[in-house]
Design a protein around this ligand. Structure first.
Ligand code: SF4
Length: 437
């Protein structure tokens, strides 16, 4: 009987895609997937350390898995960013763990599991490897409509709050030829939407072709027959170029959505975060993008309560958010992450209660903005790519507009993967509801 595995993923799209890759590696090694961790021979927890809470979740989940599996021979592997950062400390904190694999050693997972199974001794590899290639067709894609394609790994920017350069390593680019081959493979297996992934996705330049920057890569992916939509995450404002804006404007399959992380509306705080753009430069960029692509939807990331953030700084974040009018936002309270410059050099000055007050105020403002923007869509016809069943009603589907707004509508499962026109009838702060036109 085949050995079985399950993977639980914490964190971002990059981690989600790494889990798809590890699933492929395990299946190539003869494992079969099961959904329930209580039945699997191997339980993989693919972890995130960007926020403190994600890390806490890992250790509480490890406690549950250990309690469920006490006395049997299941192997437990911890992979991803916490594995990279904490390494052998994980064995000390959670004695039930058999294998720890860092972000750049993922390919060794099956081998290390075999070794741990055969010897009973814990196995670890958190070494950095430069190789960013991955065998074509190996990933077991978890989504029948969208395909994640990694184009950049790691980051050299060292924003002072961010753990990514320490967990994902220095920036490495995948060859353009390999990326287009993976896009062709994804389309040939039925995927309609390509999501290009990288820590700074728009810093891309091809190691195999000096003429291929991010804008050119968008053109090449757009040129692959069968690609209906292209999205990408995450860009950095300072690498948005006129060529990139022109490519987004001119290529119909590139979605009318740009995630433009601002983090703070205060130039003083941005400098302390080492973001390398000012408030005015960011707003000027937004104006340029909107002048070229008037219907573009913008989203962002914000942090409140960064060390030294005053009431006046926070007011600047509120005013910037009002001025830009984002379609969506991820907002977080600052928490010091291990190894980062902010954790080493800056005192966490803003009390927790004040961070909570600020995030509540920011989220309330954003909720109102989203609701107003969504209400403007009522009565219009939008085109969505039907990509999932609705979370609330079994007879409904959900899809996203080009601008990345979720739309729920009555529909049949066989419509999944199709582009559909929907007339919007209702608007909420987080989604729209409509009927097929
Ligand atoms: S650019 Fe993004 S990934 Fe890189 S350090 Fe800054 S926040 Fe982290």
């Amino acid at each position: 009987m085949a050995r079985t595995y399950t993977i639980e993923t914490f964190g971002c799209q990059m981690n989600f895609h790494d889990s798809e890759r590890m699933a492929g590696l395990l299946e190539a090694a003869g494992y079969a997937r099961v959904e329930d961790a209580t039945e699997a021979d191997v339980v993989v927890l693919n972890t995130c350390s960007v926020r403190e809470r994600a890390e806490e979740k890992l250790f509480s989940r490890l406690g549950e898995v250990r309690a469920d599996r006490a006395g049997d021979h299941a192997l437990i592997a911890v992979t991803g960013c916490v594995a990279q950062q904490q390494g052998g400390e994980i064995f000390k904190r959670a004695g039930s763990v058999d294998v720890v694999v860092g972000t750049q050693a993922m390919r060794r997972l099956p081998e290390l599991l075999d070794e741990a199974g055969a010897t009973g001794a814990p196995q670890i590899d958190v070494n950095p490897y430069d190789d960013v290639s991955f065998p074509l067709g190996m990933a077991v894609r978890g989504d029948s409509v969208k395909a994640y394609v990694t184009i950049v790994e790691g980051c050299n920017d060292f924003c002072t709050f961010c753990v990514v350069p320490y967990t994902r390593g220095h920036e490495r680019m995948r060859p353009a030829a390999e990326i287009t081959r993976e896009v062709e493979e994804a389309v040939s297996t039925g995927r309609r939407e390509i999501q290009l992934l990288g820590q700074i996705v728009n810093h891309y330049h091809a190691p195999d072709d000096p003429a291929c920057d991010f804008a050119e890569l968008l053109r090449r992916v757009h040129g692959v027959r069968g690609v209906e939509r292209i999205r990408f995450a995450s860009p950095h404002p300072r690498h948005v170029t006129p060529r990139m804006i022109a490519a987004m404007r001119d290529l119909p399959s590139v979605c009318r959505h740009l995630h433009l992380p601002v983090q703070s509306g205060s130039t003083r705080v941005l400098a302390s975060m080492h973001r390398r753009h000012t408030r005015d430069e960011y707003l000027e960029l937004v104006a340029q993008i909107r002048a070229a692509i008037p219907d573009i939807a913008l989203s962002t990331d914000t942090i409140v309560g960064f060390p030294g953030e005053t009431d006046a700084d926070f007011e600047e974040t509120l005013s910037l958010v009002k001025q830009v009018g984002y379609h969506s936002m991820f907002s977080f309270k600052y928490s010091a992450r291990p190894a980062t410059m902010a954790s080493k050099r800056l005192r966490d000055t803003v009390p927790e209660a004040e961070k909570t007050r600020r995030i509540v105020a920011l989220q309330e403002l954003q909720r109102g903005i989203q609701l107003r923007l969504h209400e403007q869509a009522v009565g219009t016809r939008v085109t969505v790519l039907a990509d999932d069943r609705s979370r609330r009603r079994s007879d409904e589907l959900s899809g996203r507009t080009s601008g990345n707004t979720v739309v729920n509508f009555p529909g049949r499962p066989e419509w999944l993967g199709r582009m559909l026109d929907v007339t919007v009838q209702k608007a909420g702060p987080n989604s729209l509801w409509g009927v097929p036109a």
